[in-house]
Design a protein around this ligand. Structure first.
Ligand code: APR
Ligand code: PHB
Length: 393
């Protein structure tokens, strides 16, 4: 086993593997420790919308070939209201940035394949991972691999181990400020091997939220808002398609090809931020530090922007002896995190049916939607945040 590296990375999801890739491009060594198998990590069904900034990060990292061949660039998304009218919202910002539909599963595969090509040090199926002495100049990670206790000495530790990881807990509770909002519903999602709609369509309806998305020309992703207490066993395919159609205008549902689900799952919705994203020589990136409801399609994009900022700081440290970007990493990353957290909260408030909402709050939501329908300015603020604000220099 490798016993010493420059950056020890916990987690081989999008954040961990992209960080490893960007560091390698600058000649910086890292070791990635992942508790699941490679197949498990790739098998996770996650989001599918990239901000233009994420597309640019992946392209500049040499990860754009399949992305540009299979990714689907979109000039608009649609919002359907109460099964009646449909609004087109441009997804082209004033400076020409767009959004791309490209599955996180594909990104994960691309990152692993690029890792194979560069001889990345990724240790799968580890356990008992613990970041140690993170405030010292010699932090280290203890873990178990193949039943053996191992130690990885490093200059820095990157906690890319998601919401349920161990890295955030290595920051003392009295040092952390945590902010959380749990939403009173979940998303039931299916994959079907059917042709998707030509554009993403978000539907708000008295019966609840729905979303029509895509992965490939023959793989569709659909969601309906469902009660938190539901399980996938409560939802046959027939019940799913019936409920989805009930929340869509007939002009839309009439164009949807249905088919058997090849994946079906329910995810809860929460907003969560843990500050700071640095403690000594431990840096958090991605879901380890923050969670957004999927409504704004920001989770993967925030992981990418965190990693862009963190890699920039680590590269400057090792290759130029300059720590300015490392010193400002947490503040810089959190500015974008909170911008995306607010936007994801706003989109969730705008489009979902909240069981305990007062009549006043319901009328506010109705007016929020009416303003979007009436004002190009309202739509352009949605556009610029949906395609992603520019990364800070
Ligand atoms: N030790 C080692 N690995 C761990 C540990 C641990 N104690 N805990 C978690 N992990 C691994 C998980 O198995 C997972 O592969 O860390 C990885 C974290 O990956 P993600 O949860 O995908 O988080 P991140 O890389 O930040 O990507 C965020 O993925 O979950 C989606 O919606 C999210 O799109 C967003 C993106
Ligand atoms: C998806 O394709 O899974 C998806 C798309 C847009 C969202 C959320 C999820 O806002």
């Amino acid at each position: 086993m490798v016993v010493k590296t420059q950056v020890g990375i916990i987690g081989a999801g999008p954040a961990g593997m992209l960080l490893s890739h960007l560091l390698d491009q600058a000649g910086i060594d890292s070791v990635v420790l992942e508790r699941q198998s490679r197949e498990h990590v790739v098998g996770r069904i996650r989001a599918g919308v990239l901000e233009w900034g994420t597309v640019e990060i992946l392209r500049s990292a040499g990860l754009g070939e399949r992305l540009d061949a299979e990714g689907d660039v979109h000039d608009l998304i649609m919002i359907a209201r109460n099964g009646e009218d449909v609004l087109n919202v441009p997804t082209v910002s004033a400076d020409g940035r767009k959004m791309m539909a490209y599955g996180q599963t594909a990104i994960q595969e691309d990152l692993f394949n690029a890792g194979d090509a560069r001889g990345a040090q990724v240790v799968f199926e580890v356990s008992d991972v613990v970041p140690n002495d993170v405030t010292s100049a010699r932090p280290w990670i203890s873990y178990t691999a193949d039943g053996m206790s191992e130690r990885l000495d490093c200059d820095f530790i990157a906690g890319c181990d998601g919401f349920h990881g161990v890295s955030r807990q290595a920051i003392p509770a009295q040092t952390r400020s945590e902010y959380e909002k749990v939403y009173p519903f979940g998303w039931l999602g299916i994959l079907s091997e059917t042709p998707p709609l030509p554009s993403l369509l978000y539907a708000t309806h008295q019966r609840g939220f729905a979303l029509c998305s895509m992965r490939t020309p023959m793989l569709s992703r659909y969601y309906v808002q469902c009660p938190l207490e539901d399980s996938v066993d409560d939802w046959s395919d027939d019940r799913f398609w019936t409920e989805l159609f009930a929340r869509l205008p007939a002009t839309v549902s009439g164009t949807i090809a249905t088919g058997p689900s090849v994946e079906k799952s329910i995810a809860p919705l929460r907003s969560f931020v843990s500050e700071p994203m640095r403690y000594g020589n431990l840096f958090l990136a991605g879901d380890a530090a923050h969670i957004v409801p999927p409504t704004g399609a920001k989770g993967l994009n925030l992981a990418a922007s965190d990693v862009f900022y963190l890699a920039r700081g680590l590269v400057d440290h090792f290759n130029s002896g300059n720590d300015d970007y490392l010193e400002t990493y947490s503040e810089t990353a959190l500015r974008r995190v909170w911008s995306s957290v607010r936007f994801s909260w706003w989109m969730t408030q705008l489009l979902h049916r909240f069981p305990s909402r007062s009549s006043f709050e319901q009328r506010i939501q109705d007016d929020d939607l009416a303003y979007l329908w009436a004002s190009a300015n309202a739509r352009s603020t949605l556009t610029e945040q949906y395609v992603g604000l520019r990364l800070e220099e």
